[in-house]
Design a binder for this molecule. Structure first.
Ligand code: PLP
Length: 375
């Protein structure tokens, strides 16, 4: 006998900034028998997972794999491998996650130049052109595609062109866009990208899909100093995930891969590809419009410039206790939405429409529940 009861988590409707609700098909995949991390059957599943990641990212980059850890591990993997102490880099900040990129870059020993705009705004091509002209020694520009703290959707192709014209690498945070918004790694010439499993892929949290272009690999291979993180050193990780790399042969053990999470990600990516990436993006957009018109019909207002379909940042009406409303939604309706972050703390709700959760049914359920809470 123990004083503990068996797990019995409630069936919540997860409509916050992530995680999103995980479909049973993915939970079943997660519960499949654990194989050894060098078992040929498992290596086959892993290779398929990496290929499906390429398909969803829109890339042929050989170096595409899931980092063990959440989105922040992907962010660190990009920074720690592509930055050497003394490098100059540029980062765009318009919310929490650009700020975290900066922190990561500084911890890697870089001199970091920032392009900052008020929270919620997006970064213009002109601002990037000015920054790269002012800091010609910079080696990389980092930017967030979908800023989960504000709902800002950053357009990337024009900025990428400016960055490449200046001979720099382009690094992108796609944690809240992969599988929910248009994302074309090769067409948009993205050199390094990281995402997370728990948002628009509707997988549990725990892996970070990443991809590196040949130019990024060249930069890594030319390092004069070892990557200071042993766990996230891609020069070793790639031997395991891709069976190759500059340094050595096939499938070398680095760390024990999170086997069952890979199963889950494989299933999640399969679901994305079965639906079709473009169709999935269109579904997110359609339910976002439905949510938006429902909220606006109730008199609620979006944060200016919030245009993400996957994360809807809505101002809390004057005189309403935003935390109390979230609490009621959770306890009375089993619906989770998020509160504001940073400058929007206490002033906004963040409503996620991600992956499996981006449905008309969820939109209508939330609108009815929210109406009740605001009456
Ligand atoms: N980047 C963005 C845009 C995010 O929204 C998040 C998480 O919400 C992260 C990075 C960090 O991801 P994780 O919480 O999975 O470590």
């Amino acid at each position: 006998m123990t004083p503990y009861a068996s797990l019995d988590p409630r069936q919540r409707i997860l409509m916050g900034p992530g995680p999103s609700t995980v479909p049973n098909r993915i939970l079943r995949a997660l519960g499949s028998p654990t194989l050894g991390h060098l078992d040929p059957q498992y290596i086959g599943y892993m290779d398929e997972t990496c290929q499906m990641m390429r398909d969803v990212f829109g890339t042929t980059n050989p170096l595409t794999f899931p980092v063990s850890g959440t989105g922040m591990a992907g962010m660190e993997a990009v920074m720690v491998n592509l930055i050497e102490p003394g490098d100059e880099v540029i980062v765009c900040i318009n919310g929490v996650f650009g700020g975290r990129m900066k922190d990561n870059m500084q911890r890697c020993g870089a001199t970091v130049h920032t392009v900052e705009v008020p929270w919620g705004k997006t970064i213009s091509e002109e601002a990037i052109a000015e920054a790269v002209a002012k800091h010609p020694r910079a080696t990389m520009v980092g930017i967030v595609h979908a800023e989960t703290s504000t709902g800002a959707l950053q357009s990337l192709p024009e900025i990428s062109q400016v960055v490449h014209d200046a001979g720099m690498l382009f690094a992108v945070d796609a944690v809240t866009s992969m599988g929910g918004h248009e994302l074309k790694v090769d067409d948009w010439q993205i050199d390094a990208i990281y995402s997370g499993t728990q948002k628009c892929l509707s997988c549990p949290p725990g892996l970070s899909p990443v991809s590196f272009s040949p130019a990024a690999v060249e930069k890594m291979d030319a390092r004069k100093t070892p990557v200071q993180s042993w766990y996230l050193d891609v020069s070793m990780l790639r031997n395991y995930y891709t069976g190759g790399g500059a340094s050595s042969g096939a499938r070398a053990y680095h760390h024990t891969a999170p086997i069952n999470m890979i199963y889950a990600l494989r299933e999640a990516l399969m679901i994305v590809l079965e639906e079709g990436v473009d169709q999935r993006v269109a579904r997110h957009h359609a339910v976002h419009l439905e949510l938006r018109s429902g909220l606006e019909a109730m008199g609620l207002k979006y944060i200016p410039d919030c245009s993400l379909a996957t994360l809807n940042c809505v101002a809390t009406p004057q005189g309403v206790d935003e935390a109390a409303v979230r609490q009621r939604l959770l306890t009375e309706y089993d619906i989770e939405i998020g509160g504001g972050l940073g400058v929007f703390a206490g002033k906004a709700w963040r409503i996620g429409l991600m992956g499996f959760g981006a449905t008309k049914r969820n939109v209508q359920t939330l609108l009815a529940a929210l109406k009740d809470c605001l009456e």
